[in-house]
Every structure is written in structure tokens, then in C-alpha cells.
Design a protein around this ligand. Sequence first.
Ligand SMILES: Nc1ccccc1C(=O)C[C@H](N)C(=O)O
Ligand SMILES: [Zn+2]
Ligand SMILES: [Zn+2]
Length: 216
Amino acid sequence: MTPPVLLDISRALTPNHPNWPGDADFTVTPGLRIAGGDSVNTGVLSTSTHTGTHVDAPWHYDDAGARLEDVPLDAWVGGCAVLDVRGRAVGGLLPAAVLDALPTSLPPRLLLHTGQPAHWTAFPRDFVALSPALVREAARRGVRLIGTDAPSVDPLESKTLDAHAACRDTGTFILEGLNLSAVPEGHYTLVCLPLPLHGADGAPARAILLPPGRVD
Ligand SMILES: Nc1ccccc1C(=O)C[C@H](N)C(=O)O
Ligand SMILES: [Zn+2]
Ligand SMILES: [Zn+2]
């Protein structure tokens, strides 16, 4: 039997990747070139810690919060549920009601498909964010990691970062900028491996989903 495919839920990082307004550009600058007589080809990478598919370390939104290396790796790896919440936002925020039809006990990781496309041709300024009430209700149901296909769990213009604050208060980790455009709702194993940037407020990550029953 052919094993189920892996689902890559990471955004491709290409030059001119639409970043958060004002944030550093994503660039890969040519380094050595075989064509130029070098023994190898290399590149020099420059990126924001919040480019594309990435994780937030708590220190990003809490100055007393953990740096990336102090977040246990299993926060980002293990059982998860993908929930299609397209069209469910109220005033640009997902209400706790999106969980109403779900069991009172959820997998430790919940990934929200808000309808973001696989590729951003421009930064999606009007992305759907999360209400603090949704974060708290998810935590009450056992969720310890919330992921979204949006660039942030808070609206672009937010100054109070209420959803991040609810994540801080409930000990919920954050994964943003996913590509869930081709992922059916359901239960999966999430494998999300942030770059091990020590002392950082977050890092770009390669994230995939293993469908149930995928064993190698
Ligand atoms: N680059 C930034 C610069 C300033 C403020 C926010 C950002 C963000 O990228 C949003 C971030 N992904 C977040 O965790 O909400
Ligand atoms: Zn972020
Ligand atoms: Zn964030």
C-alpha cells in the first residue's frame, strides 16, 4: 500500500517575499560561484525572524518570555487538528464559537485555515485574526499550540496584541504564516522545525503534516 503523502504546509521563500510592512526584506545574496572559478556555489541569507512560515517565541510578545531555544521542541511536533474557519470571522476576528461543534477535549495543536492563498503576491493586510476568547477557549480544551495561515494571530494594526497576550497568559505557543490551502480538515501529525536561532524571538520553520497512519 502506498503510504499517504506528506503535506508541506510551509510557504515558499522567494526573493521579494511579501513581508510584514516595514520588516526586513527576505534576500539570498549570491556568494561563491562555480561558474566564477569557486569550488562551490553558496548564498548569504537575510530574513526577518517572522518571514513566511515561522514560529513566535514568547519573548517576541513578552519581554520576560522564553527565547526560542527554551521552547521545548515537542511544542512544534505531534498530534494536531486542522480546522477550516473560512467565512467564520466576525469583525475580522475568529470568535470562540468556531470551536462549538468540536469536542470539549482537543489535540494539543490546532491549525486554523482562514483562507489565505498558497502564495502571497502582496502582503495580505486584511487577514483574519484570532479573538482572545478563541485562544482562551482552545486552551481550556487542551490546545497548547495555535497555528494560522495568516501572518499573525493579531490584526495588522493592533497595538495591544490581545491574541498574543492571551497566548502568553494561557501558555499557548504560536505558529504563523502556514500554507493550509491544500489541507483538508482533520487530524494529522505536525512536524514543524524552527531554525535553532538561539536567543531569538522566533524563526522561520519548515512545517509538514503526516496524515494518520503514515509510518515509515
Ligand atoms: N515583522 C513584524 C514586525 C513588527 C510587528 C509584527 C511583525 C510581524 O511579522 C507579525 C508577527 N508575525 C507576529 O508575531 O504577529
Ligand atoms: Zn510572528
Ligand atoms: Zn505572532
